[in-house]
Design a protein around this ligand. Sequence first.
Ligand code: PLA
Length: 428
Amino acid sequence: MALWNAVASRLARHRSWTAGVGSSRAMSSWWHSVEPAPKDPILGVTEAFLADPSPDKVNVGVGAYRDDNGKPVVLECVREAERRIAGSMNMEYLPMGGSVKMVEETLKLAYGDNSEFIKDKRVAAVQALSGTGACRLFAEFQKRFRPESQIYIPVPTWSNHHNIWRDAQVPQRTYHYYHAESRGLDFASLMDDVKNAPSGSFFLLHACAHNPTGVDPSEEQWREISQQFKAKGHFALFDMAYQGFASGDPERDAKSIRIFLEDGHSIGIAQSYAKNMGLYGQRVGCLSVLCEDEKQAVAVKSQLQMIARPMYSNPPVHGALIVSTILGDPELKQLWLKEVKGMADRIIGMRTALRENLENLGSSLSWKHITEQIGMFCYSGMTPEQVDRLTKEFHIYMTRNGRISMAGVTTGNVRYLANAIHVVTEST
Ligand code: PLA
């Protein structure tokens, strides 16, 4: 009996081994043509940073806010909201369009507290998977209902914009934005491109704190852009991923949008709470489209939901609850505004410190733009080769376009960073 058992188990092992060989061969052939995807130019930097064992390493790649000790921050208003939420809510599905309360509060931030468009129910809006999800929903909507249209994207822009509209199969065009020599806005070329685009084109605009350049149009320039959009009947989609990070005040940072609203445009807005509420991983945001009337808004919202349903069905509940708890309570909202200002101010302080350090090192280059640019990023002007040297020789990680996430600069690393930048920019 024992012998028989031993033979049987050997036989079984042999069978499962040969079956395994056969099936693994069959399985591997399913995906033989799959090549590794190229590394993401932003999130790939974080991967490389995490893999570096050096104690000196510095990550100024991804735009994620850090405190002056280089630690991720959970805002006090978020902590308090979580205390209030804890244990008091169920975990049912949200509707396809997300939390009605969160969306209501979010629209007020973009369109204004007393917006007539909100009162007249002209805004079609759904909760989205943060700013990326909001852009993607819009791109899908654009493809479905304006299938012949294209999207005009600034040069440069957040790299993922290209992926988003590519995957939605909307052809992309570009418009001038940045002037490398002056490290400022190329306003004349921008206006030319707006003028020369076919009437009724779609444009992606960064509402404030342009990524990666840190260069925004002035209020006067926004008015001119809006007028030109009017003359050409263009559609503006505002990506507002940094409301509050440009000036420290979310209300002021919505100025570009308010100008377009005053001028009677039907716009779209992608909003995100990743940066201004520090809710990066919660994936909470909103897509809204201003419509001609309530009836149209109902139709547009229903179609946005129809796009969401087969993709992810309905959005996650926790982040939305945090946001609606904070913005629905006047005291918590005040605390949030104070904390947003605190984050913006620390970044401004680090801009000054980085510039001063470079100047004190005797750099022969001008670093004025570090303090002139706004928002989370400094578009340093460094070349990809200089960035590669920063990484290889100093373990400093940033995107190869020379963008420094100022949110990762601290009192502790600013001298080290300045010195490294000085070394690689003086000798090449
Ligand atoms: N739009 C712009 C202009 C952005 O810079 C970002 C994030 C988003 C949308 C999307 O953010 P969200 O989906 O997290 O709300 N840009 C980051 C991160 C901060 C990233 O690349 O995903 C950046 O480092 O550029």
